[in-house]
Each structure stands twice: as structure tokens, then as C-alpha cells.
Design a protein around this ligand. Sequence first.
Ligand code: AHM
Ligand code: MG
Length: 334
Amino acid sequence: MEGNSKTLGEFIIENQKEFKYSSGELSRLFNSIKLAAKIVSHKVNKAGLVDIIGGAGEKNIQGEDQQKLDVYANEVFIKTIINRQIVCGITSEENDDFITVQGGDNGNNNKYILLMDPLDGSSNIDVNVSVGTIFSVYRRISEVGTPVILEDFLQPGINQVAAGYIIYGTSTMLVYTTGHGVNGFTLNPAIGTFYLSHPKIKFPEDGNIYSVNEGNYVHFPQGIKNYIKFCQQEEGDRPYSSRYIGSLVSDMHRNMLKGGIYMYPSTKSTNGKLRLLYECNPMAFITEQAGGKASDGVSRIMEIEPTSLHERVPFYSGSINMVEKVENFISEAK
Ligand code: AHM
Ligand code: MG
């Protein structure tokens, strides 16, 4: 793969025009994300060894406390990005509140903020199943040079400047968009370099995979129950295949490459499980940039006005025709 393949660094330099407003700031942010991803990837790959070198809460052979991997990933991303002083604020699924990053001699002159889920699907780690990091970048709306405010983080997804995910799977991949399509890069761990392996990823318009936690079926809205039955009927290219890893990044990644829909519906007592800012908006941006569709069942995910950092929304994302079909089922059942 290495020979004539482009590295992520080369690709970013070649596509500088994508990073429009930035005087190198966004490229530097990507370099930091790349570095943190490699550190976390290395650690995730060793996760199975915790039984030998000590589990969370225990001491390792150097006598240091072992951390849970999601806490570790959170710290790695935050520290790497703060150390390089390239954003003015960070918020993470792991933190209750946002972090203000002070920079430069005159306060903070950086323009960008980072929102992230440092290790999504972390309940899968103990059983050696793929997990991922999800990130999203916005321009601040408050004045440059002043500390960030909550409103900087509560912007609708359509304001995203960039979004991406890292999947720690059989290979580690970084997939991102800056609003000019979606490209995927695979890590060669031997030399620590990401190579362009999946240029211009496109969601097939149709698919035959549906991904949902069917164990919650009884709690789903009637429209979703009807859609699931539709997926299971024998007609045309149906029944569809049911594939649910329970790791959003992995389920979305597979569906984007093969064609399918990911669903996390609301129930009578919940608004779903996935967080608008850390999971749904970045995945929606990637989905749309790959030609797919992302909806809360009625409205476009990226047009929802956020009201709090950790709010949850129902999430339907994938091949455009499949998402539109779900929306029809939802509106017909009303
Ligand atoms: P997490 O952020 O606590 O890891 O939760 C998000 C994860 C997603 O990756 C996954 O799609 C979903 O939770 C699975 O939830 P469930 O076990 O309810 O199906
Ligand atoms: Mg998560």
C-alpha cells in the first residue's frame, strides 16, 4: 500500500483549499487528532492483555493505577490538543462541562472548538470488538481572544467545519469530511502512518442491512415496529440482513461501505440514547457528505438547534432511500 499511496499528511497539504478560513490552524488540529488516534490505537490493541498486566482499578507492573480505556482516550485527546494550543475549547462525552483552553500571551486567539466522543462503544472493549473515536469541529461564534462560552458549543450541525471518526478495528482507520466528500485513511501500525485507502466514500443509495437493537422492540414507536417488519418481509430484495455490533462507528462504517441503515429510536421514556453533539451531528455530516441521509425520524439531524451539551435525539442514518422509507413509516403511523 505504501509505495504510491498518499499519506494523510500529504492529502491534507494537497487539499488545503478545503480548509478554507484557516491559516494552518485546522491542519494543525488534524495533526493532533492523528497523533492522539495513534496513541489510543496502540493502547486499544493491547486491551486484551489487561488480564496479564492488570485490569482497570488495579496496579500495573510498574505499580501505576490502570485506567479504563475510555477515560484514557479522553485524557490523550484532550492533552494532545491542549498541549498544542490549537483550539479555544473542547467538550467531550466524558466531561460534564466544556473545557476552556487558554492560549498565547494575549488570551486565546484560536478560532476552532472540538467536540468529541473519545471512545464510543467502550462496552465492547472487554470482548475484543471494534470501538471508535468521533469528533466534530466548529468555528467559535464568540469573539476571538475571549474565553469560549456555552453557545459556541450549542451550534447546529450544519455549522460543522469538519467531522470524522477513527475506527479501531481489524485495522485502524480515520475517516473524515470537511464538507468536500468523505475520505478514509488506514493506519500502517509498523510505521505509524495513515494512508489514503478509501477515497471519495459514497453511501449506496439503497441497501439491504438494517442495524438496530431489536431487544428494545417492544419500546419502539409503532412506525419503527412497522418498518422492522417491512425489513423482515419476503418480497423483492427483502428480507434484509440484520447486523448490529452495538458500536456506532463500526455499524455506520459497515453500512456506509455496503449500504444500510442505522437506527436508535426513541422510546416512551427516552429520547433514544445517542448524543446530538458528540455522536449524531458528526455522523450525520459524514453521512450526508457520502450521499446518505441522517434524520431524527422527522427532521434533518444537522438542523436541530441544540439546547444542552449532552442532549439525546433519535437517530436514523444511512442510505438515502432507506432513511426516507423509515420517515414514511413514522409519519404514516402518527
Ligand atoms: P456509549 O457512548 O456509552 O459507548 O454509547 C453509545 C453506543 C453506540 O456506539 C452504540 O451504537 C450504542 O451505544 C449501543 O447501545 P445499545 O447497547 O443500547 O444498543
Ligand atoms: Mg458514545
